[in-house]
Design a protein around this ligand. Structure first.
Ligand SMILES: [Fe+2]
Length: 171
């Protein structure tokens, strides 16, 4: 499964639950940082490799409102938060357990308090749960173009839509 398909599936789950457009857009673009990291013109960001949520946020925040970009920024923190619950941690895949360590490990009490004081932390948790579930092979998939109007509706400046969509189609 490609990263694009995974992102589309995450958005499809949000749609199924009748989420706000801004949240569907957040789900759709949550792993956008992977495309930015691979962009040779932005090699300078290589030092942030592995922090795809921050790279994605850094890029997208100039185009989208906080309702879209904040859950993206926080979705890895949400994983670290959710792992405080052992039954959540236990069902993570081995690669996800390994990346958890690189991402800072399970949140301690203070980190958890800080996280849950953030405005968009609940959205980030839901995003992370859809992210976990959006790995189903061979289901009927939407196309990125099906989301063109939705993405455009969430842009701060509508003229930027080609820039966002063309990059997502590349993978
Ligand atoms: Fe993801």
């Amino acid at each position: 499964m490609t990263i694009s398909d995974h992102m589309i599936q995450t958005a499809m789950l949000a749609e199924k639950k009748h989420s706000f457009k801004s949240f569907i857009c957040a789900c759709l673009l949550h792993d956008y940082g992977h495309f930015v990291i691979e962009d040779p013109n932005l090699l300078v960001l290589k030092s942030l490799d592995g922090k795809h949520e921050e790279v994605g946020f850094g890029f997208l925040k100039d185009y989208f409102k906080p309702e879209v970009t904040e859950p993206i920024k926080l979705h890895v923190q949400a994983k670290r938060y959710l792992c405080r619950n052992k039954s959540y941690y236990d069902i993570l895949s081995d690669p996800s357990k390994i990346s958890l360590v690189l991402q800072g490990g399970i949140m301690d009490d203070e980190e958890s308090r800080n996280f849950t004081s953030l405005k968009f932390y609940k959205d980030a948790i839901i995003l992370r749960k859809y992210d976990d579930d959006a790995k189903i092979p061979n289901i009927k998939m939407k196309k990125i173009d099906d989301y063109r109007d939705l993405i455009t509706s969430q842009l701060i400046n509508e003229n930027n839509h080609d820039r966002i969509i063309s990059k997502t189609t590349l993978s």
